[in-house]
Ligand binder design. Structure first.
Ligand SMILES: C[S@@+](CC[C@H](N)C(=O)[O-])C[C@H]1O[C@@H](n2cnc3c(N)ncnc32)[C@H](O)[C@@H]1O
Length: 216
């Protein structure tokens, strides 16, 4: 970590606030701000969190739903136990079918909210990072198609870039309502942006690269 980065972090009010509130990530505040605006946790009982480490979004989801609800978090990396009764986590790569099947089995029924804050390890080659990130977001859509309730909510992080407009169209192919939002806690200079969607379409279509798989 560079000295400048550490200094910027220390003076960042959202970083300090997240620590004060006991959240594991600054990102937790972004999810809180999105929920304040859209209210997707209202009445929710089952929530899936893709790319959940270190666990900030899991903490917010856990406190926003009933204690006897279920939040499942999946990540490539281990998530230190949160000690929350309604949270369950496991290590997995969501681009692998085996991981997706395990998610479906864990819930056994459709869920109210799917969250994806997934991001690849950033290589510094911007277009490549952007493509990889959008690919992860597309995989989240494949999961939503199979697992989300018809009137469910989805929140997906994306990196803006050349594929972004296409991805937004793909979200519209799946959902009745799609909004693009930059929460206040998201750094202005960061290319990340969030898509919040609601109500799966009955005649929905998956992104092209997953369509053959589906129709085969
Ligand atoms: C920005 S972090 C998530 C932060 C989290 N929302 C929080 O508040 O603590 C992005 C996460 O996506 C995960 N990720 C990237 N590719 C993934 C994949 N193929 N399957 C599962 N998780 C993945 C990374 O390991 C990383 O932990």
């Amino acid at each position: 970590m560079s000295g400048r980065w550490l200094k910027e972090r220390k003076s960042d009010p959202y970083y300090r606030r997240a620590r004060e509130l006991g959240y594991r990530s600054r990102a937790a505040l972004k999810l809180k701000q999105l929920d304040e605006r859209f209210g997707f946790f209202k009445g929710a009982r089952r929530v899936l969190d893709l790319g959940a480490a270190p666990g900030g979004w899991l903490q917010v989801a856990s406190e926003s739903i009933d204690e006897d609800g279920l939040v499942v978090g999946v990540d490539l990396g281990e998530i230190d136990p949160l000690g929350l009764p309604n949270v369950s986590t496991f290590v997995g790569d969501v681009t692998e079918e085996e991981t997706r099947n395990r998610i479906f089995e864990l819930f056994g029924e459709r869920v109210d909210v799917i969250l994806s804050d997934m991001a690849p390890d950033v290589s510094g080659a911007w277009e490549l990072d952007h493509y990889r990130q959008i690919h992860l977001a597309r995989v989240a859509l494949v999961i939503a198609d199979k697992l989300l309730k018809e009137d469910g909510w989805m929140v997906v992080k994306t990196f803006q870039g050349s594929e972004h407009d296409r991805f937004v169209r793909e979200m519209h192919d799946l959902f009745e309502h799609v909004r693009i939002v930059k929460p206040r806690a998201s750094r202005k200079k960061s290319a990340e942006i969030y898509l919040v969607a609601k109500d799966l379409k009955t005649d929905r279509r998956l992104p092209e690269e997953f369509r053959e798989e589906e129709e085969a």
